[in-house]
Design a protein around this ligand. Sequence first.
Ligand code: HGY
Ligand code: MN
Ligand code: MN
Length: 606
Amino acid sequence: MNTSAPLTPALASLPMPAKLQALNDASLEKAQELLSGLYEHSDWIAHQALAQRPFRSVAQLKAAMCAVLDGAGREAQLALVRAHPELAGKAMLSQNLTAESTNEQSKAGLTNCSAEEFEKIQTLNSNYNQKFGWPFILAVRGPRGVGLHKKEIIAAFERRLQGHPDFELQECLRNIHRIVEIRLNDKFDMEPTTGHAVWDWHEALAKHSDPGFTEHGQLTVTYLTPAHQACANDIGQRMQSCGFDDVHIDAVGNVVGRYHGQKPDAPYLLTGSHFDTVRNGGKYDGRLGIFVPIACVDALHREGKRLPFGIEVIAFAEEEGQRYKATFLSAGAVTGDFKFEWLDQVDANGIAMRDAITSAGHELSQIASLARDPKKYLGFVEVHIEQGPVLNALHLPLGVVTSINASVRYTGSVLGTASHAGTTPMNRRQDAACAVAELALFMEQRALRDGDSVATIGQLHVPSGSVNVVPGRCDFSLDMRAPSDAQRDALASDVLAELNLICARRGVHLRLEETMRAAAAPSDKAWQKRWENAVDALGIPVHRMTSGAGHDAMKMHEIMPQAMLFVRGENSGISHNPLESTTSDDMQCAIDAFGHLLSQLSLEMT
Ligand code: HGY
Ligand code: MN
Ligand code: MN
């Protein structure tokens, strides 16, 4: 990443791009001309959006065009999709692509496919067309705008060929809007420069991954492994290079960067998120909430600016609860709620947490001193990918979190009797796996009944199982969540009661341990409002939403006011999955929103 290139001054009140001003001022005819070629052979969309002039931002123009298409109905949407050329298709071969499509398909290398690649894409085109009746649409310039690799394009093609027609039509439209976004950047000479830089920071950090995963190109960074420590060092160096005054790694492995305020006794804004990942996870979960504030501090530092408050960014070392059962352990250390019995927990290789911490060079005796004094802080804000489909479906880059759902987790084992699969009659078994399977189906129905509860058995394992042995033991996990503590508790109570009934009926025994319980964390109203003001200032419709995922913010909620900003994910916002993806344009929106929040806070304090 070119750290010499100045990042977009995140604190300046967002400048009106000259070409957007020109669009606002132009005659209707001239304005229509300025927006021609955005939607393939379908200028009517941009033209109808012009009724919303004057636009406060390009984001507002994009939202207006999305709204026009959303309101145009299925036939018009289908016509738009069908106005697009196939990838590496006939129009490319006969050189009948529009200039924009030529640019896009050549940037993605589609104009020079190998015979095998070309053959593969033709087959996919034909199968896709046959199944859906329209061409496959993919924004081949990709989430960073520089072009996807052909193997990524073919993988996306194969994956989406399996989709449902209704979903796939919407996915084509979302890709068209992404194509238009990039074309608009080109037209308006706009580059999400800081967004690009932050996107690249994620790529650089993702090169560190735990053994057993990195060999397969998978991203897994669990607590205090060598990859985890390499990430911590990289984040620390990033903070150093972005002008933080004080950077250190604390006794539980958090990377802490402080950028001082104008006065030595200035209070601090606390922010950040986690950098550990789930197994075979995505690149942006947690990490975006570390890099966005770092980018804003970099902008302040480059401009030599100090605010009436300091900024403390914490890259939390452990949030996912993968290596050890304890979750939010590093935010717990910061809130003064580190449970020292966690130190005796052992990982899958029998390594105790205390040994992992000391062999990483940290002092156990320092952990207690990590607790922050809330009086020294204004509050906690966290930027995070949504990890869900809402913003993606609404064509919105940002959303404001109103509350984080309550959650509770268990790990357990059902103990039955291992016996011969061939000779044990079905009515004389104590099958541990069937007991857990029965619970899973009950849990699914029970959570569905609430409508907004979720219940998951993420781990289900027959240790030393054999194909011809009735499972004598089945280890499993439970993860249950709901918008309120009461609803969570009612769900958990019903599930555990059913589990006991199943075990009694099947004559098997149960071992169960609660491993995490987090209360619902409603956003602080004042901080939520600051996020709403920031999103609105960008010209983006303000969408309020709850968080189904847990975050460090719900731990910080225990000692200080907090609120979160969500960033849209591509691929329906999928997360905890290598398909997790966010565009550099959306990262730019988050950076600009964070900068606006800092400006609001500065104004309030002067
Ligand atoms: O599980 C969660 O909600 C978070 O990703 N740890
Ligand atoms: Mn996660
Ligand atoms: Mn997360």
